[in-house]
Structures are given as C-alpha cells and as structure tokens.
Design a protein around this ligand. Structure first.
Ligand code: UTP
Length: 510
C-alpha cells in the first residue's frame, strides 16, 4: 500500500488535496480505512475524471436531431405485427437454444434506487402482491419455469445461469438475501454475482466530495460499467466454460420482464444478430424514455433529454410517431460480441452526466444534506455498445405484457402500485383467456376492465406464480370453465389441486 505522503502527492497533482483536509482529526482506524480507499482510487486518472466531469456538466451535448433516422424496417421485428407462425418459430428456436445450455441471463442490479428511496437493493422490494414475492423471487421463479419449458420440449436437463451485476452498495445484502432464501431453490453455482466499479462523485468545479471526514463520495459507474466488470470478474470466461453463447441482459426493476424470453432470443438468433434491443411503442411523443434509432447510419439509443420536441413529435404518413421505439433496457448480446466489446471498444463508451444530491462535509467539518443537486456522477450506459454492433436488431413487444418498471415511491408513475397492478392485470387477462370466471370476495362476477374503468379500479387480486405459468401458457387445462374467487394465488400447490380436480371431473364425465 502507498504511504500517506505518496497519496498526498498524487492527490495534489490531481488538484484534490482537500480530500485530506480532516486527516488530523481521524482516529487510527479511520486513517487506515481512508488510506486504503484512497490507494484503490485511480489517482492518475483522477484529474482527467474530475475535470472531464465538470466540463461535461457545463457544456450541453451537440444536437443529434438532424442525423437521426428510425430503425429500418428490415432490422425491426414486432410481436403485434407478426403472424402466429413466425412467433411460434422464434419461440421454438429460443427454447432449443435454452435446452442446449447456450442461453444465460444477466441482471443489472448495481443501481442505488435513490428514487424509490429504500436502503436495500431494489430486487429485495416487495410490491405488495398476494404472494409477498420480491422482484428477485419473481425472477428466480421465471428462470425455473423457462428451464422446465425447454426441458419439457426437448427432453433436456438444462441450466440458464443467472449472472448478477451488483455494486459496493448491493453486493453484500443481495448475497445475504439469496442465502437466506436458499437461492430460491436454484443451484447456487449457477448464480454468479459480481461487482461493478465505483468512481468518485464530483462537484461542479471538479472536486471530489467528502461524504465523511475520512470518506470520499463514490458511486457505481452506471449500468454500462458492465463491460469493465465482465472483464474484471472473468465473467466472459465463465460463460465460455459453460458454453453460453447468448445473453439476455435486463434491469432489476421491470416486474414483467420475460427473462431468457425464447421469442426474443429466437428472433435475434434467426436474424443472425450480435446485439438486439426490445422496445415498446412510445406512449406519447414526450414520454421520457430513450429512443432506439440510427444516428448517421449507426444504431444507438438517444436519450429523451437529447431530442428536441419537434423531432420527438414527428409523425409518419399513418399518423404514427417516427421515433416510436422506446428503449426498455432488455438486451440480447452474443458472447462473441461482448468479447469484441471487452477487447476493443469498452474504453470508447460515452460518459453521461447525472446531477445528483450527495450529502457532504463542508470546509468547517459540518455534515450537510443538500436540497438541490450538488454533485456530478458520470455514468456509462449499457446500450452505448450498440454502435459497435455489426448486425443490430430491435424487437417491439407489447408494453402491457412486458414493461412496468419500479422507479419511484408511491404517488408518482412507475411506483410499487403501478408495478403490482400491471402484474395483477396481466394475470387476470391470462385467467380469463383460459376461460376462467373471476369473482370478488362477495361472490359477484368481476367483469374485464374497459379502458375507462381500468384507470380508476385496481385489478382483481389474481396472481399466478411463474412456477405455474411463464407467460400465460398451460393455464387452460387448470382453469377452463372454472369459477374462481379472488384474492387468488395460483401457486404450484393450488395448481396441483386444480389438476387433480380436473382429472376427477373428467372421470365423472366419462
Ligand atoms: P436506473 O437508471 O433506474 O438507476 O437503473 P437506479 O440506480 O436503479 O435508480 P435511481 O436512478 O438511483 O433511482 C436502471 C438499471 O441499471 C442498474 C439498476 O440496478 C437498474 O437495474 N444499474 C444502474 C446498475 O446496475 N449499475 C449502475 O451503476 C446504475
């Protein structure tokens, strides 16, 4: 470990001598800890990082609007616009690849979830479903089920490894939570957790921030820190060893995420894509989501904040938005592409500026909770590798079936309530599509919501465990013609009972 004097010298050279302002006040133990932390910082790159952050925050990004074009039709597929046969073919292709152990899923779970405002990783959040399941549990059950579906079709005994990128904030609690929950009955060796890097938050004049007298404010380097983390933690080697060739990367907060979605994977594989993104049609021109498009002929995501209103509002001949492909952070990558990024491109990833409120110690040693943003966090984004792809495809899915993110606390959009209702509404649709009738607690029939009534009435409490159905399949044989009282939790045990009842009923019919 470098000496205090060496570290002091490097901090001075980087214009950050103030970091040691309170050194004389620190205890021996605090000094040891702080010195260790400072020694781990890239002190050589620190000046460039701090000055670069201040420069980037002060200068607006150049306008991309004149160079934007929508994704060309030959590079975009769509659930809504495809016929049943094509969808079935893609699903079949995807299930085959899964059964061959060639598909892995990778969860981005390094974020701090500041908008949701809980002190623990977002994946541990319980949105209030009848089962009480957390986001992690729901995702684990979807892995179980997709493995089962692939095995059922191909007579295999396959594994979909679950890679989980965490950060200093989320690794320890996530590990503990998985352990306490017995890894949700998945094989622990098939769950690979790894940590992304942290970088200092910086003031608007390019100074690192003291969060405590002996601690610099650090933040994860954004979900695009994935590519460095894959290298740091030898994740690509692990994928190679297991024979994983295709990776489905997704965010922790989308309660409807179809992990290892065979339709999406099959679509990307059959198009020979090295990189793909699921998109949803934007709800309106001003919806704050990034747009998947081309800029100067190269595929990329343009953030909503980077597009002028007139561009966002452009419409085609049929009245549809020209830039309608909303990014939902659901990506397909081949391992070969990730290897290429790791070897050749990860240093070229764009840095984005995020302005945040970061608690700090002022020059007099007082702890301050800022009321407005005081810090720049530089972040890389996972989608910024799209321009390096040789064959990029987009795949449009139906929003109400696949996208409901948990971002904010209740009272705002994308909250625990909206996420819970999106899942329950989907499960009510599945039950009705399987010809079940749902009753309320008083025994009155619940009619399917109309678009007007849906806004005011929460959906019935009908939850179907992913262990019973991954995406609505297999429910007919359980629910056909049945009348079910809500609240209803259709878990494996209940499904088993219904199955037994069905066979008894059938015997009686005979
Ligand atoms: P968000 O942009 O929603 O950020 O992350 P967040 O940190 O979860 O929430 P806020 O902005 O503090 O409220 C989108 C996805 O990227 C992951 C998150 O865990 C989430 O799955 N992420 C974000 C990382 O893995 N690492 C990061 O450094 C940032």
């Amino acid at each position: 470990m470098p000496s205090l004097e060496q570290v002091r010298g490097r901090l001075e050279a980087a214009g950050q001598a103030h970091a040691l302002q309170f050194w004389p006040e620190l205890s021996e133990a605090e000094r040891r800890g702080f010195l260790q932390e400072l020694a781990q910082l890239d002190l050589q790159g620190l000046r460039e990082h701090c000055e670069g952050a201040a420069r980037a925050a002060a200068s607006p990004a150049p306008s991309l609007d004149p160079h934007m074009e929508p994704v060309p039709p030959e590079s975009i597929g769509s659930v809504r616009k495809s016929d049943e046969d094509s969808l079935a073919e893609w699903e079949s292709e995807g299930l085959l690849r899964i059964s061959e152990n060639r598909v892995g899923v990778l969860l981005l779970a390094g974020g701090q979830g500041t908008r949701l405002g809980v002190q623990y990783p977002k994946g541990m959040y319980d949105v209030g479903l009848p089962s009480g399941n957390t986001l992690y549990q729901i995702q684990a059950e979807r892995i179980h089920k997709i493995q089962e579906l692939a095995d059922g079709k191909h007579g295999s005994k396959c594994t979909v490894p679950w890679y989980i990128m965490t950060s200093e904030f989320t690794l320890a609690p996530t590990e503990k939570f998985f352990k306490e929950n017995n890894y949700f009955d998945l094989e622990p060796s098939n769950i690979v957790m790894f940590e992304q890097r942290m970088i200092p938050a910086v003031t608007f004049d390019g100074k690192v921030i003291l969060q405590e007298k002996g601690k610099i404010a650090m933040a994860p380097d954004g979900n695009g820190g994935l590519y460095q983390a894959l290298v740091d933690n030898k994740v690509l080697e692990d994928m190679k060893k297991r024979g994983v060739e295709y990776l489905h990367v997704y965010c922790v907060d989308n309660i409807l995420v179809k992990m290892a979605d065979p339709v999406f994977i099959g679509f990307c594989v059959s198009k020979g894509a090295d990189c793909g993104a699921k998109v949803v049609e934007k709800a309106c021109a001003t919806e704050p989501v990034g747009v998947v498009c081309r800029v100067r002929g190269v595929s990329q995501v343009v953030e909503y904040s980077e597009i002028q209103r007139e561009t966002a509002e452009l419409r085609g001949p049929g009245g549809e938005l020209v830039f309608s492909a909303g990014n939902i952070c659901n990506h397909f990558f081949t391992r070969a592409f990730l290897q290429d990024v790791a070897e050749n491109y990860k240093g070229q990833l764009k840095q984005h500026v995020a302005l945040k409120k970061v608690a700090f110690v002022d020059t007099c040693g007082n702890q301050v909770q800022p009321t407005k943003p005081n810090a720049i966090k530089m972040e890389k984004f996972v989608f910024d590798v799209f321009p390096f792809s040789r064959n990029f495809v987009a795949f449009e899915v139906v929003r109400q079936e696949e996208f409901s993110p948990l971002k904010n606390a209740d009272g705002a959009s994308d909250s625990p309530t909206t996420a819970r209702n999106a899942l329950l509404a989907q499960h009510c649709r599945w039950a009705r599509a399987a010809s079940a009738t749902l009753l309320d607690e008083r025994g009155d029939t619940l009619s399917p919501p109309t678009s007007a009534s849906a806004a005011d009435n929460p959906p019935a409490l009908c939850e179907i465990s992913p262990l019973v159905s991954y995406f609505g399949e297999g429910l007919e044989q359980l629910l056909r013609g049945r009348t079910l009282t809500t609240p209803l939790l259709l878990d494996r045990k209940r499904a088993q009972e219904l199955l037994m009842k069905s066979s008894i009923d059938r015997t009686r019919d005979v």
